[in-house]
Every structure is written in C-alpha cells, then in structure tokens.
Design a protein around this ligand. Structure first.
Ligand code: PLP
Length: 411
C-alpha cells in the first residue's frame, strides 16, 4: 500500500516505520491457520486442562481478603510488590545472579521483547536472528524498520561459527554490525533446538567483541523432559549486555499476560521509562499469591509430566506415518517439532488440504523474514491430547502423500 501525503484519512500521519510495514502482513497474521474441526497442531497453546483455575481463584480471594482497599487501586495489592523477588529467587535457582532490582515486569514476553526493541533500536539498525525464528518477534522487529540478518539453526541451536564468519566478513567489508542478537536458546520456536553450552559462551564472547546486545528469550526453559539444562546466556555475561526475557504464559497461562525482563540495573532503569503506565498490578498480585507455598513448582512438574507423553506420541506417530524423505527435530522440551518434507512439498500450498484431512500446522514460511521455509512446518504438541496428536499426524501424512503424487508424476 502506498500512502500519498494528501490521502484521505490519517494513514499519511503514521510514523515512517509503520508506514513502511503496511505492505506486509500484520501482527498475528498466522492466526488464520486454524479450523474448529481439525486437530490443532498450529499454535503454542497450553492444553486447556493445564490452567490452574482453582488455585488462581484462591489467589484472588487471598488478595481481596488481605488487601481489600488496594487490590484494585492504582497502587495494586501489597502482594504485587513481592513478585520481582519471587522471580529473582527462581532465576537464582537456575544459576542466574539476580536481585529484585534487576527484574522489570511486563505484560508477557512479547511485550518484553517490544520494550527492549523500543529502548535499543533505531531505524536502519541491524538485528541478527535465528533462521528460522519466532514469527511474533519477526513481526515486531519489522515495526522498527531494522535490517534483519538470519543465521541458520542446527540441532545444537544457532550456528555460532556461521555468525562469527558473518560478523568478520561484515567488519572486513565495512558493513553495518548488529546492535542486537535475538535468540531463543531453549527448545527454540520453531525448531525445538537447544543451544549447546559452548555455543552460549562463544555467542556472548562475540557480543563483547562486536559490541552488541544479546536478547535471550526463554519461555520454554522450565519445560524440559530430558537431559540437563545448559546455563543461561546471562551466566556468561561480563558487562550487562545479555538481556533475559521470560513469561508465565507457558507455565501458568497466556491469559495472565505477565512476563519479565532480567538485566543490569542501568538497563532496567531505561526500560522502566519506556514502559510508563502499563503495569497490571492486580494480576501481578494474583500471581505472587499463587506462587506462595511452591504451587508453581508443583504445577511445572505436572506440566512436564503431561507434555512429555504428548511429545513422545508425536515423534512416534511421525515415525509411523510420514513418507520416506521426511525428517523432523527431536526436542528435549518445549512445545515444538520442526518437520522437513520431501522436495516438492509446499506447506503453504498444502495447508487447505491438510485442514480438509483434519489437521492444522504452521507453514515454515511464517518463521523466515524472506521467501523461505516452504518445505517445512512447525507442529505443536502442546494443545491437543495424545490420541488427537496421533490422528493429526496421520491426517498430515495423508495430505503429504496426496501432495507428493503429482510430484512423482512429474507434474
Ligand atoms: C519464543 C517465544 N517468545 C515469546 C512468546 C510469547 O510469549 P507471551 O505470551 O508471554 O507474550 C512465545 C509464544 O509463543 C514464544 O514462543
């Protein structure tokens, strides 16, 4: 869409970066990949029975009883003030050196990423992302009119050697160097890959050498079904350049819209200025009350026990049903399996047939900034139950085999 300066309406008054995005799809365009009659493998939605309805109701009661005058006031309930320390304590248990002053609460991880982008990015800056990466972050970055450079992901996460080569080449050619690297080190969205420990250390070394910020987005780290957790990127941080983002969306519920940023205090101070007035103190109080007595930790154990068999069922069903030439990732946690189909399959073109067979997925192209990813799909095992997952994979296999027929016939 081109906007003339004298066009009717107010579009011509929009900021230049936003006007620059108006040709592309808007935030949330992927929400169309859904169908009420199909097995939902598209989205990273927690399964509905996972929501702690009773415990959250109890937490609301606790707030109304303890803080009736302030629970719904601008100041919020007293409980809300304890949430940063609860978060800092949980971070310390994972080896991240952190005080409550280094925690900035947000309305979810997406909001946290946006806040960091607002604070750091100017139009024309270069941002490095994993290729493929979380579609929500890609869409947000477009709002900032930045240049995006994708670095491939393999089974051990971001290919840090490839990043080092790109950085050295850019420096030698006098080209722009990145201001920020956005990474999802644990059970990456969409590939499910986890960044190997030695790559984490190397990535932070590169950030120091080339002077950029590392934005570590970790919504899935606590949902681990096998193996040991590698250290957070922030544990390698010598000078406050790693900014960590996390959320309760996957461990309590997306609807609580509560996430956080962990960074050094000078950074937190600036992020607080960017974020004026958006604090949802009531919900923060509810979460703080809910987290008392170790309820969250018990809930996370229950979530892992529920997601692990879903993942196993999906992997087993892929082995059983998929045609030869199809490969997929085997994540140790999180929500996603990344599938690569045989040559000739186009997952964007196939989606309607897949829905007609009874399954939805997200086409791989959603996770790239250019026209790539059409042989891939992201499958989420978080929402459907294990039997439905099995049916969904069987349906997907029928759609793939039908799409392969004309390929084999040379059409
Ligand atoms: C990597 C990643 N970051 C952020 C988010 C969004 O989290 P929130 O619901 O807290 O905004 C998601 C959700 O799917 C995600 O996969």
């Amino acid at each position: 869409m081109t906007i003339d300066d004298d066009s009717a309406g107010v579009e011509h008054l929009l900021s230049r970066p936003i006007r620059g995005t108006m040709d592309g799809e808007g935030y949330g365009a992927w929400r169309s990949f859904t169908d009420p009659d199909a097995v939902p493998l598209s989205f990273g939605f927690p399964f509905p029975d996972s929501f702690p309805l009773e415990d959250l109701s109890e937490a609301v009661e606790t707030l109304f009883t303890a803080d009736p005058d302030t629970a719904l006031q601008y100041t919020g309930p007293g409980y809300a003030t304890s949430l940063p320390e609860i978060i800092a304590g949980r971070a310390r248990e994972r080896g991240i050196d952190c005080t409550s002053d280094q925690v900035h609460l947000t309305n979810g991880a997406t909001h946290a990423i946006d806040t960091v982008c607002q604070a750091f990015l100017d139009p024309g800056d270069l941002v490095v992302v994993e290729r493929p990466t979380f579609m929500g972050a890609l869409r947000l970055l477009r709002n900032y009119a930045v240049d995006i450079e994708g670095i491939d992901v393999d089974a051990d996460g971001l290919d840090v050697d490839a990043l080092a080569t790109t950085l050295a080449e850019r420096r030698a050619a006098g080209e722009a160097l990145p201001k920020l690297c956005y990474t999802i080190p644990n059970f990456q969205n969409p590939t499910g890959a986890t960044l190997a420990a030695e790559r984490r250390e190397r990535l932070v070394e590169l950030a120091v050498e080339y002077d950029f910020v590392v934005l570590e987005d970790d919504p899935y780290g606590r949902l681990r079904y096998d193996g040991e957790e590698p250290p957070s990127l922030r544990t390698f941080d010598p000078d406050g350049r790693v900014i960590r983002v996390d959320t309760f969306s996957k461990t309590i519920a997306p609807g609580v819209r509560t996430g956080w940023i962990i960074a050094d205090e000078p950074v937190i101070e600036q992020l607080r200025r960017v974020d004026a007035g958006g604090e949802n103190r009531f919900t923060r109080g509810v979460i703080a009350a809910y987290c008392e007595d170790g309820r969250l930790e018990t809930a996370i154990e229950g979530l892992c026990a529920a997601y692990e068999p879903r993942r196993d069922r999906m992997l087993a069903a892929l082995s059983e049903h998929m045609p030869p030439g199809t490969t997929w990732s085997e994540p140790s946690g999180g929500f996603f399996v990344w599938v690569t189909f045989p040559e000739g399959i186009d997952t964007e073109a196939m989606i309607d047939d897949a829905i007609a067979e009874g399954v939805t997925y997200l086409p791989g192209s959603s996770f790239y900034s250019g026209d790539r990813g059409r042989r891939h799909a992201r499958l989420s095992f978080s929402e459907a139950d294990p039997d439905a997952i099995e049916r969904g994979i069987a349906a997907l296999s029928r759609a793939v085999r039908a799409a392969m027929d004309p390929v084999e016939a040379g059409e």
